[in-house]
Design a protein around this ligand. Structure first.
Ligand code: ADP
Ligand code: MG
Length: 709
């Protein structure tokens, strides 16, 4: 339970609700709960069976809420707690369904041999009683709150069949319905389990070494930040942390989806749930269990699946009209022909009952979320976090992809390759000033310059008033002197670029073929530092695959100099290169490209490129494992630096959309066919049940296929 920090009165609790399988049940819950005083808001998520409730803690407590839910025939308990109260176990449910099947079979045999009608009816009645025990109870609860859920419809249909003397039919319907509900629950469990399976990746206990050097095995929940965990070869890493001793290869697939193990040494970051290779590692814990990267991934996937995809909203709106229309039709069919045309009452009432059975839109309503959740879970297992069904659908419509350069299309693992003095400066002094300044910077260029200074054992000076100039460079006071570092554009803007420097930069960039040139200036430019970066090996392949998936235009948007950008663009095979862009120019570039080519995905690093990512239809951030800010800002977050995950995500989103459409068309088509057959009197009750439940099963099975994508 979370309480409002200001007033300690507004509380929020999350319940698990057993029995909330369809949106009809949500309506029932809402009706019942709305009457309670102190309740402020509620939000239901059918697929994960969670109900989030906001309430006034002064007037209401969680047990009152749980009791109210119990009155609807469903069962509620606080998430993260054990379920309370007695519930039929899965085994007893299966037993009752099996019993119903046996009684139906007995009834049929008796009927076949023409035995006493009373015996036959008794067998069928026993089948109805044992098969209908659960849904019958639910139906009564639903009917009491005047809701027409599937249980009520079935109850009416079966009661009608009994009144018409069609006992065999009623019994078959009850049996099939109970069986289908069992199977359906199993399929739902699989979709939910796909996400939970991620959670099981972290061990429950870990070996820690305390200050005295003694080893102790303790529950992971009891471990604090700063503790030292010992991970043996082949073990799972229990918590996020930093390697303090040892060397090993770690299989990070569970978190990042990377296929190759990553090399880890002292100072490297490791994630909970990843698997240690042959070396032993001492890991200094940096995050508690609940904050680990994996825990956040799971949290995000769960939040993502609670969001509605546009097609889901469409289906739900359709269902809201469909059910009442079919019910009205059933009423008309059952009454009008016998009344006006003198047709047989029993014949037409029977047809009306068939309509009742097919009036439930559950297959239709459940199919979209199951597809979306399956896709989100499949993606998460590959290290691709998609923040919701809406993003997934938008991704499927993307026509144009724009890439950032440094760290995205290139490795971002930069190296200083040349230092050219200007105006009589000394190379060591240039590096010394530049590195002192860059020691404060987050930019990969800065990291490269600092690394070079360290290699040459150059001592750094103190720095004040550091300021980063996004897309341009940085400036600060070094030993009280103003020092500026950055690209050509920055120096032009400041009016300190001479014709000579300009020519030198042009010539050097061209000669070096793709190096990034940054100028260092005090009062005047004192040197040029050439930094090289390599394109990612998979960059060319990724761009090619994007084309294969029908992406019409691939662009490179960068703040770097034109010739360096063009060299990379040519190597990777993009259609267009836009260089010398400030962050706001990138946003304008995104908007312009979208106007020309349609929906656009921007791929960047999530921190530096946040505005452009936000402006795109889909913002994709790369290599976000361990970087919380990037994980939050993007619509799609790639845990690892793997460009090939972008065509994968595209393919998955399209497959999901196709899956959803196929399911909608299939279930609608089947409904339409049965509607016609029911009115014409050629469909029987049990056929309608089989069709309806069969449709649900087929649609779910089809959706679950996405788990394997
Ligand atoms: P990209 O678009 O490739 O991600 P940025 O927008 O981060 O590049 O930066 C654009 C250009 O600005 C760089 O190519 C570099 O010339 C200059 N620059 C930015 N930050 C720095 C820095 N900290 N030190 C030196 N140059 C920088
Ligand atoms: Mg960048």
């Amino acid at each position: 339970m979370a309480t409002c920090q200001v007033c300690e009165v507004h509380a929020e609790s999350v319940f698990k609700i057993e029995g909330m399988d369809c949106h009809e049940e949500v309506a029932i819950l809402e009706k019942r709960l709305k009457k309670i005083t102190g309740l402020e808001a509620l939000h239901a998520d059918v697929l994960s069976q969670r109900l989030t409730i906001q309430y006034d803690a002064a007037k209401l407590n969680t047990s009152t809420i749980a009791e109210a839910v119990a009155q609807t025939g469903m069962r509620a308990w606080l998430e993260h707690e054990q379920p309370t109260g007695v519930a039929p176990s899965a085994a007893t449910r299966r037993l009752y369904v099996a019993l119903a099947g046996v009684f139906v079979a007995i009834g049929m045999v008796l009927e076949y041999f023409g035995l006493d009608r009373r015996l036959v009816v008794a067998a069928y009645a026993a089948a109805i009683a044992s098969g209908g025990i659960y849904s019958g109870r639910r139906a009564l609860h639903a009917a009491r709150s005047l809701a027409l859920d599937i249980n009520v419809l079935m109850l009416v249909a079966v009661a009608g069949a009994m009144v018409l003397g069609e006992w065999g039919e009623g019994a078959t319907v009850v049996f099939l319905f109970a069986l289908a509900q069992l199977l359906e629950a199993r399929a739902m469990e699989r979709a939910r389990g796909a996400i939970r399976a991620l959670m099981d990746l972290t061990p429950a206990e870990a070996l820690i070494r305390d200050a005295s050097g003694a080893f102790r095995r303790v529950p992971v929940d009891a471990i604090a930040v700063g503790d030292l965990v010992v991970v043996k070869p082949g073990e799972k890493i229990p918590l996020d942390g930093m390697v303090a001793a040892g060397e090993s290869h770690v299989n990070q697939a569970p978190v990042t989806g990377e296929s190759l193990p990553a090399e880890k040494g002292i100072g490297d970051e490791v994630f909970a749930g990843t698997i240690n290779g042959r070396g032993a590692l001492d890991v200094r814990v940096t995050r508690r269990r609940g904050d680990s990267t994996l825990a956040r991934i799971i949290d995000m996937v769960e939040r993502a699946q609670a969001q509605r995809a546009p097609s889901q909203t469409f289906v739900e709106r359709f269902a809201r009209i469909y059910t009442p229309v079919v019910l009205l039709l059933a009423l008309a069919i059952g009454i009008l022909p016998p009344l006006l045309l003198g047709a047989s009452w029993s014949d037409w009432i029977y047809r009306a009952l068939v309509l009742l059975v097919i009036s439930c839109p559950c297959a239709l309503v459940i199919s979209t979320p199951v597809s979306v959740v399956s896709a989100l879970a499949a993606a998460a297992r590959k290290g691709v976090l998609i923040k919701g069904g809406a993003h997934l659908e938008r991704l499927a419509g993307v026509r144009c992809v724009a890439f950032d350069k440094t760290g995205t299309l290139t490795k971002g693992d930069l190296r200083v390759v040349a230092v050219t003095p200007l105006n009589g400066a000394v190379p060591e002094r240039i590096l010394q000033l530049a590195a002192s300044l860059e020691a404060r910077s987050e930019h990969p260029i800065g990291t490269a310059i600092v690394a070079r200074a360290r290699e040459q054992a150059i001592a750094l000076s103190s720095v004040e008033q550091f300021q980063s100039l996004p897309g341009l460079g940085a400036e600060a006071l070094v030993d009280g002197r103003r020092v500026v570092i950055g690209n050509h554009r920055l120096f032009e803007e400041r009016g300190v670029c001479s014709r000579e420097v300009h020519a030198l930069i042009e010539a050097a960039t061209l000669a070096a073929g793709g190096q990034t040139m940054v100028i260092v200036g005090a009062e005047e430019p004192i040197g040029i530092i050439g930094v090289s970066d390599r394109p990612r090996e998979s960059a060319r392949e990724a761009v090619r695959m994007l084309r294969e998936h029908g992406i019409a235009h691939v662009a490179l948007l960068t703040g770097d100099h034109a010739s360096a950008a063009q060299a990379l663009g040519d190597a990777v095979g993009v259609d267009e290169v836009r260089a010398g862009l400030l962050p706001e120019d990138k946003v304008r570039g995104v908007e312009e490209l979208r106007g020309r080519f349609g929906a656009l995905a921007m791929v960047g690093d999530g921190i530096n490129d946040a505005p452009a990512l936000a402006a795109a239809d889909v913002g994709i951030a790369m290599g976000v494992a361990g970087s919380d800010a990037a994980l939050e800002t993007a619509d799609v977050a790639l845990m690892a630096d793997e460009l090939l995950k972008i065509p994968y995500a595209l393919r998955l989103s399209r497959a999901t959309l196709r899956n959803v459409r196929a399911n909608i068309v299939f279930s609608l088509g089947l409904k339409a066919a049965f509607l016609v057959m029911a009115v014409m009197g050629v469909a029987t009750l049990w056929m309608a049940v089989v069709a309806d439940m069969g449709a649900t099963m087929i649609v779910m099975a089809n959706a679950l296929r996405l788990l394997r994508e």
